[in-house]
Ligand binder design. Structure first.
Ligand code: SF4
Ligand code: SF4
Length: 340
């Protein structure tokens, strides 16, 4: 999100005690077995009563957008009625999906209140299967991305910077650029929520990231809104628990699905009372940017997420050297390309 708008929404939500968005964990199930996934997969599916209760409470709390997360939202048997309900209520809906199954009627796919955010892994079927464990995952996902676009739907693609054998994400970015499909890059690979870090060997090294940046460069840095004026206007580390809340398949409420610090459960409380709760106030006080980040000249290059910092280091309000390493590579790339 553009920096100034982000700061504005954070302070507005905080001032008015409202949230902009609610993330819903539709299921913890997924057809993929991605080697780097931070989640522990399980056959947990949100029930209809929990789902409809969340939507009602999101409305009462003044939220304007909803996102479906997983696991893989399209693994839920009720994905069509859930999607219909959210757009019917006038929310803006983002479905975060691996794009493998896209079983929605065409009228919904092209609905102007719906946006797909699709993560793509690998740069062909072989490299994708190495990551997802599923044959033909690349070609099928790519076909669905183009299908949404051709139907007039809104889609953006998240490209992963995983440095797995023969993976060439720069080719995927070139293709997306040619097709004028918006994309962003996930450059920080974190430890899983269960503490597993075997996949960290696939974190991109400098050479690999430089190759991605060489293709992504101009558009990527424009999107990052990088300027020489590095000013941090808010001490909040991010919008978790400020502009957004998250609810899992059991109705437990968290500041964010990546930051699972339980604030309550929507079956016994509601989002409005949770917004005014002491627990949330305490979380907000603790989820602040470390002092060093507030004056860091790499801040605008940094993909720091306190939730994943917590997975890596056990607490979220500290500096993660992995974030600094990636930010320094991006800075080096920009300095180098501007000097050419
Ligand atoms: S580069 Fe390091 S110190 Fe700078 S903002 Fe990111 S995490 Fe903080
Ligand atoms: S914890 Fe991470 S994913 Fe969640 S809102 Fe903050 S930055 Fe975003």
């Amino acid at each position: 999100m553009e920096g100034k708008l982000w700061d504005y929404l954070l302070s507005k939500s905080s001032r008015e005690g409202k949230i902009n968005s609610v993330s819903i964990e539709i299921t913890r199930d997924c057809p993929f077995n991605c080697l780097h996934c931070y989640k522990t997969k399980s056959p947990a599916y949100i029930s209809e009563p929990v789902f409809f209760r969340i939507i009602k409470q999101a409305e009462d709390a003044g939220a304007t957008s909803i996102s479906f997360n997983g696991g893989e939202p399209f693994s839920h048997y009720n994905i069509i009625p859930f999607t219909e309900e959210v757009v019917k209520k006038g929310f803006f809906l983002t479905i975060l999906t691996n794009g493998f199954n896209l079983e929605l009627p065409e009228t919904l796919i092209s609905h102007n209140a719906l946006r797909f955010q699709i993560s793509i892994y690998g740069s062909d079927d072989k490299t994708s299967e190495f990551i997802t464990g599923v044959p033909e995952s690349f070609s099928r996902v790519m076909k669905n991305i183009l299908r949404i676009r051709d139907l007039g739907g809104e889609v953006s693609v998240t490209v992963s910077a995983l440095e797995t054998p023969e993976n060439e994400p720069w080719n995927v970015i070139s293709f997306l650029e040619k097709e004028e499909i918006p994309w962003n890059l996930t450059d920080v690979i974190s430890t899983s929520e269960n503490g597993d870090g075997a996949h960290l060997i696939y974190r991109p090294d400098e050479n690999f990231l430089m190759k991605i940046l060489a293709v992504a460069g101009p558009m990527y840095f424009k999107e990052l809104n990088v300027s020489s004026d590095c000013k941090v206007n808010s001490t909040a580390a991010c919008g978790a628990g400020v502009s957004s809340l998250a609810v899992n398949t059991s109705g437990d409420v968290f500041p964010c699905l990546v930051f699972q610090q339980k604030l309550g459960n929507i079956l016994s409380e509601n989002l409005k009372t949770i917004l005014e709760s002491k627990k949330l106030a305490e979380f907000r006080e603790s989820n602040i940017l470390p002092e060093k980040c507030r004056t860091c000249n790499l801040y605008n290059f940094c993909s720091r997420c306190p939730g994943t910092v917590r997975y890596d280091l056990g607490q979220g309000n500290v500096v993660n050297p992995e974030n600094c390493r990636i930010a320094a590579i991006k800075n080096k790339f920009l300095v180098y390309s501007e000097g050419k």
